[in-house]
Design a protein around this ligand. Sequence first.
Ligand SMILES: Nc1ncnc2c1ncn2[C@@H]1O[C@H](COP(=O)(O)OP(=O)(O)OP(=O)(O)O)[C@@H](O)[C@H]1O
Ligand SMILES: [Mg+2]
Length: 236
Amino acid sequence: MPDTPLIDIADLGYRIDGRAILDGVSLTASERRIGIVGRNGSGKSTLGRAICGLIPVTGRVRIAGIDVARDRRGALGAVGLLFQNPEHQIIFPTVAEELDFGLGQMGWPKPDRARAVADMLARFGRDDWADRATQDLSHGQKQLVCLMAILLMAPRLIVLDEPFAGLDIPTAMQLSRVLDRLDCALVQISHAPADLRGYDRVVWLERGRVAEDGAPDRVLAAYETRMRALGAGDAA
Ligand SMILES: Nc1ncnc2c1ncn2[C@@H]1O[C@H](COP(=O)(O)OP(=O)(O)OP(=O)(O)O)[C@@H](O)[C@H]1O
Ligand SMILES: [Mg+2]
């Protein structure tokens, strides 16, 4: 289906206790590198979860033609989410178990899973991590484990929710190189325009709605001007 857009979102809505968190969000996109910006509380993480089919929304969310909220197994091969906080993602005591889980969900036989996990650890030069306790890893190390777990499932699209927040400079540079080399499409959520340099398209969310959508230079310049104006005053 060459004409199927990678991301097909139409009139997306999500409410909590009657309050609209996402409201009328529409986005049709097939670019390889898409950024989502917006200030704190604008709905970026919620949109990220919606793109991955993890919350009950109204409207349409299709990724690579898959209705991600309804077809959960199909969704696993279509899109993966790197959570803003890796603590919310990691559930298993060891790195190998954590990496194995998604492949099990996808129905892979155990020997194939073990080989794939070992290969992934080797790809990142972390062969000795298999038996490490996940709870003893640093924030950046946990995040790398989460990214490896997603890469194992080889989704068409990965949504990265503030992947650079909390990383030191070398770890951020390493992550940046890893992301640059990925063949799959990326949606990176960030409130920092510099993280999205070189991206193909940027969507600016404001109070759960799309404020701007288009070329990064234009959208990020408008976003930054607006954020600086807000920051110059004391009103929220
Ligand atoms: N479980 C929840 N219960 C109540 N309100 C929620 C819940 N999750 C999110 N919200 C609200 O939804 C809005 C959007 O939150 P979201 O986490 O998507 O924002 P964000 O743009 O990712 O913010 P940040 O930049 O701080 O990560 C916020 O006003 C938040 O308070
Ligand atoms: Mg967020």
